[in-house]
Design a protein around this ligand. Structure first.
Ligand code: ARG
Length: 458
């Protein structure tokens, strides 16, 4: 492609080291779309005849068909997806193909392709986020009003509805969807027309190309446009944060599926056995998804590090942007899909949850609130209940087994109704503020999610 100036062929090692077609062929259909818009702009500027434009379009469509059918002959010696497609086009249609690269560089071309690819990929990821949300909402619904201990510091803290715990992840995923959609929207700007770095003496109608490709506008600085990969960083960042959420969900799942907790039963189809220990049923999917979060973080750090210290404008370093972006899209997409399937088939063990939630210590705070309602300042109430907890621990009994005399000597404000306060369900019923886990609040949020998620196209 640059034969004019060179007297030697590239070394075999340079070819192998520098080629990107082995992975950037993934951009092929977007490269074809970008080339069609570019060709249409060349025609508009009078640089192609109507006949030449038609030939280019026909040739590009044929290339796209071969790519889709897996029949395109990818050649490593042509380095990347752009040169492969241009060479194939020229071979098919002759002279008109050689005009396509007028007023264009691979630098603005690859920036365009990657933005187009990311836009499509984001739509797929958003659909996968939705399907995991739906699966979690289904599992939350199957929990009904089952109560489980809520934890802080992984110590039993206060009772919650199992549904409330799961819906926390549905909220997180909604923010993930928002971040992905945001990144895609900011990326939706056309770089074509920026040339290698300084535009071209042949000015094309960039707004026209942007409209053809569904971009919201055109980039405003050619040097920025060919070297900007902020959109890829934002995409990777949104994937990394989503991965962090999945990892936390999976950690809860691993705990819940353990004999120690035993709250959640994963289906045989979504667990594995051990070749050594016949009794084992392992939550490998949750562990793998938790583990793959490392790659999602790594991909973000990888690209940020590649970009750090790059002088303007295009540098070949930028070729290193694609593999992390592809890998994060694949990794996150696969995790979302398999987790949706796994939670869809999971069942609660409500007996185990109820037994764990029966711990009266979980509602100790409610005793403090009881005393507050009778006029004691919260700090003092906290101390009184703390002493009673200490007493029960010393005696080896539960809070419910303390005597009316014990209560009375801890505080004169305790009445006979104090013991009824120690009931988890009652406690939950009074947690009625917006966002709190009273069964009524949780049911209404669940209904809201059902409606919200069915409204989406995906
Ligand atoms: N494969 C290259 C990349 O991904 C395309 C742009 C090459 N431009 C260049 N001047 N060598 O960045």
């Amino acid at each position: 492609m640059w034969h004019g100036r060179f007297t030697q062929d590239p070394s075999a090692r340079l070819r192998a080291y520098g080629e990107s077609v082995s992975f950037d062929r993934r951009l092929a259909l977007h490269d074809v779309a970008g080339s069609k818009a570019h060709a249409a702009a060349l025609r508009k500027a009078g640089l192609l005849t109507a006949r030449e434009l038609a030939a280019i379009k026909r040739g590009l469509d044929a290339v796209a068909r071969e790519v889709r059918a897996g029949k395109f002959n990818w050649r490593e010696e042509l380095e990347d997806v752009h040169m492969n497609i241009e060479a194939a086009l020229t071979k098919k249609i002759g002279a008109a193909g050689a005009k396509l690269h007028t007023a264009r560089s691979r630098n603005d071309q690859v920036a365009t392709d990657l933005r187009l690819w990311m836009r499509d990929e984001t739509a797929l990821l958003l659909a996968a986020v939705r399907s995991l949300q739906k699966s979690l909402v289904g599992l939350a619904a199957r929990a009904g009003e089952a109560i489980m201990p809520g934890y802080t510091h992984l110590q039993r803290a206060q009772p919650v509805l199992a549904a409330h715990h799961l819906l926390a992840y549905v909220e997180m995923l909604e923010r993930d969807a928002g971040r992905l959609a945001d990144a895609a929207q900011r990326a939706n700007v056309l770089p074509l027309g920026s040339g290698a770095l300084a535009g071209s003496t042949i000015a094309l109608d960039r707004a026209f190309m942007a409209r053809q490709l569904g971009f919201d506008g055109v980039s405003q600085n050619s040097m920025d446009a060919v070297s900007d990969r902020d959109f890829a960083c934002e995409f990777l960042s949104a994937c990394a944060i989503a991965g962090m959420h999945l990892s936390r969900l999976c950690e809860d799942t691993v705990l819940w599926a353990s004999s120690e907790f035993g709250f959640l039963c994963l289906s045989d189809a979504h667990t594995t056995g051990s070749s050594l220990m016949p009794q084992k049923k392992n939550p490998d999917i949750a562990e793998l998804a938790r583990g793959k979060t490392g790659r999602l973080y790594g991909n973000l750090v990888s690209l940020l590090t590649t970009l750090k210290g790059l002088p303007l404008s295009y540098n070949r370093d930028l070729q290193e942007d694609k593999e992390p972006v592809f890998d994060s899209a694949d990794t996150l997409g696969a995790s979302l899909e398999i987790l949706a399937e796994m939670f869809g088939a999971a069942q609660w063990d409500k007996k185990r949850m109820a037994a764990a939630a029966d711990d009266a210590l979980l509602v100790a705070t409610d005793w403090a609130d009881y005393l507050v309602r009778r006029g004691l300042p919260f700090r003092e109430a906290h101390k009184v209940v703390g002493r009673l907890v200490g007493l029960s621990v010393k005696r080896g009994v539960t809070l419910r087994e303390l005597t009316p005399g014990d209560l009375h000597s801890a505080s004169k404000l305790f009445r006979a109704d104090a013991l009824r306060v120690l009931e988890a369900r009652r406690s939950l019923q009074s947690r009625t503020a917006e966002g709190a886990p009273s069964p009524r609040r949780v049911a209404s949020r669940l209904a809201w999610w059902r409606k919200h998620l069915s409204r989406r196209a995906s």
